[in-house]
Design a protein around this ligand. Structure first.
Ligand code: CA
Length: 399
């Protein structure tokens, strides 16, 4: 293992004062300055500074664009590799297994490939794992979620493969499938999705007959819980839990088991949303960004019946991966949102109070790496994956 010492100790000004006043994190000019926040603190919250000095250890490297981590109860990790579709078991001292065999092939172009992996809540007895991936299909592709039993050993493999969810309709696009998986404590599985980026997909984010741009909620076997909001509505996909999302690449539960997501915006307009049953998060009707060409997407930032983001970024951070910290190694981070930044090459920390962002920090700037995954380990350390050809699995602890 290699220790990378990061950052200097920064004395913190009084916590309350920093929240009430204070300049925001220094970023560039907004891309869409004519769009104003709907309420104070919806963007550019005052900068806060962690008092804890961080130590970053490299546990393993040599992953091709790794995407997600899951923690096995014995202290090892599952790590997905996006373009290759490979899943590895990694030991705490960084030894990588052969790729787990038996996984279906993936469409690994662009944003596609093998994405998230989770262990079942009853993994200790069932040995079941769940993963999401871009599924190659006749006439295009789409996100799928599969599960199987993990058979350990020198040649790890899966057994009893089942596809439990298929995003519909099939469309040819190598972009915006979302893909994070979150198990709720009641055993339901949230799958967060994107709208495929192309215009033919984007317009479906508001349509109930399409999974594009939705959060869906299923049972682990793929069946639909009867208390989903659109069950029984004619023409509606019954798996839908919320609508109007662009491309969700971060999802996590808070201490009250509420689902929070961060979605990748266009140029300007990355959003933090608190996902509630049956609600509409506005895309592409409202938002705070613009097309990469500079052309407008939205006439307005607010509309009746559409939810406001709790927070937005312009310029964007390009989010991927998030954990809401609940461990004991970083007491000052308790309840904070830790979000990986791709283009921004930072770890973003948000401090929330009463569901409003009251402070923002950019951590690990010295690492200067695209951060794809942020996960809290069982012992409270933070684990990261860097989005590189030689992607690294990093462990962050107090120094
Ligand atoms: Ca929105």
């Amino acid at each position: 293992m290699k220790a990378l010492h990061i950052g200097a100790v920064v004395a913190c000004t009084a916590f309350v004062a920093a929240h009430a006043f204070g300049a925001p994190v220094k970023t560039g000019q907004p891309n869409v300055p004519e769009f104003k926040p709907a309420f104070p603190g919806q963007t550019r919250a005052p900068e806060v500074k962690s008092r804890t000095q961080l130590e970053v250890m490299e546990i393993a490297a040599g992953f091709d664009r790794p995407w997600a981590i899951a923690f096995l109860p014995e202290g090892r990790f599952l790590v997905t590799e996006k373009p290759t579709g490979n899943l590895y078991i990694v030991t705490v001292d960084g030894r990588k297994s052969n790729p787990v065999s038996g996984l279906p092939s993936v469409d690994g172009r662009d944003q596609g490939g093998l994405l998230d992996v989770e262990i079942a809540p009853d993994f200790v007895s069932s040995r079941m794992i769940y993963w999401s991936y871009y599924e190659p299909r006749e006439g295009g592709n789409g996100l799928a979620v599969a599960r199987a039993r993990l058979i350990d050993g020198p040649a790890p493999r899966i057994e009893g493969l089942q596809i439990v969810f298929r995003m519909q309709p099939t469309l040819e696009s190598t972009m915006h499938c979302g893909g994070r998986l979150v198990f709720a404590p009641d055993g339901k599985l949230f799958v967060v999705l994107g709208e495929r980026s192309v215009l033919a997909g984007r317009v479906q984010a508001q349509r109930l007959d399409s999974h594009f741009g939705k959060v869906v909620r299923i049972r682990p076997d793929g069946s639909v819980p009867e208390d989903n909001p659109f069950v029984g509505r004619k023409g509606a996909k019954p798996e839908i839990w919320s609508i109007g999302h662009r491309n969700i690449l971060s999802a996590a539960l808070d201490a009250r088991n509420r689902l929070w997501v961060v979605e990748m915006g266009p140029r300007g307009g990355d959003e933090l949303n608190l996902v509630q049953r049956g609600k509409d998060y506005g895309w592409p009707t409202i938002g705070y960004g613009e097309e990469y060409s500079g052309r407008p997407i939205h006439r307005t930032t607010q509309a009746p019946g559409m939810e406001q983001p709790v927070y937005y970024w312009d310029p964007v951070i390009a989010p991927s991966g998030m954990t809401i910290y609940s461990g004991s190694l970083f007491p000052e981070w308790r309840g904070n949102f830790l979000i990986g930044g791709l283009v921004s090459r930072v770890l973003v920390r948000l401090v929330l109070r009463d569901d409003r962002v009251v402070g923002e920090e950019r951590l690990l700037t010295e690492l200067n790496a695209r951060i794809r995954e942020v996960a809290q380990g069982p012992e409270g350390a933070l684990y990261l994956l860097t989005d590189e050809r030689n992607g690294r699995l990093l462990k962050v602890t107090p120094r």
